[in-house]
Design a protein around this ligand. Structure first.
Ligand code: SF4
Length: 220
């Protein structure tokens, strides 16, 4: 295993500490604390949700309620744990009453997310739900149109695979959506493997046979 890039961990921590006092938008007034994000600071796979809810705001961690449990179950289904990935949200502070994020709040907060991506350097960024998907894809298409369709894009100054998924909170109450989420989720190991082949697509197609998922998961 390669040496842990200590400066990356330190930089992320330092950035989280500076963001903890952020007052760039109105959400600073009603929050208990900034919910910056949690997990492996050098994760290959990063999840981006919408905004902290009641429990997240109280505990300071993302995805700690029922949606978090479902996310953990889905991760276990592909042989991963929370500590293997990094989880955060578009907004770092809880909107009152869990209302939708406002455009000016997203605009105020997005640089925190872009900096996180820059520091973590994931190969796959899975967006959970509409807000994260629209922001990071730069396209107005809703999640029902684009879920499960990976897209190569540039985030945080590097090429990543963007992979839109239904938000676990929505799938909790809609069995049909849960089935789709499960089957989209099952492709993540393949995407992680694909993202890790050499960057030249033509060469990769010729030289690299498909790798078995077990081998890809060994990368964590
Ligand atoms: S939501 Fe984002 S921009 Fe607004 S106060 Fe919280 S951290 Fe700052």
């Amino acid at each position: 295993m390669s040496a842990v890039p200590v400066e990356r961990v330190d930089d992320l921590q330092a950035y989280a500490e500076s963001a903890a006092g952020c007052t760039r938008c109105r959400l600073a007034q009603g929050r208990t604390q900034v919910v910056f994000g949690a997990g492996n600071s050098r994760a290959e796979l990063m999840f981006v949700g919408e905004a902290p809810g009641f429990h997240e705001d109280k505990q300071g961690l993302p995805f700690v309620g029922q949606a978090g449990k479902l996310l953990e179950k889905l991760l276990a289904g592909i042989g991963l744990e929370r500590s293997d990935v990094y989880i955060c949200n578009v907004l770092k502070c809880r909107p009152p009453g869990n209302r939708d994020p406002q455009p000016d709040e997203i605009e105020a907060c997005e640089s925190h997310l872009f900096r996180q991506i820059e520091l973590i350097e994931p190969t796959v960024v899975a967006t959970l739900g509409n807000f994260a998907t629209k922001l990071l894809s730069g396209r107005p298409l809703g999640i029902t149109r684009v879920h499960g369709q990976e897209q190569q894009t540039t985030l945080g100054g590097r090429s990543v695979v963007l992979y839109p998924l239904y938000h676990p909170a929505a799938a909790l109450y809609t069995p049909a959506m849960l089935k789709v989420l499960e089957s989209d989720f099952a492709r993540l190991p393949e995407l992680l493997g694909r993202a890790l082949v050499p960057p030249e697509p033509e060469l990769a197609l010729v030289a690299e046979p498909a790798q078995p998922p077990a081998e890809q998961l060994g990368l964590f």
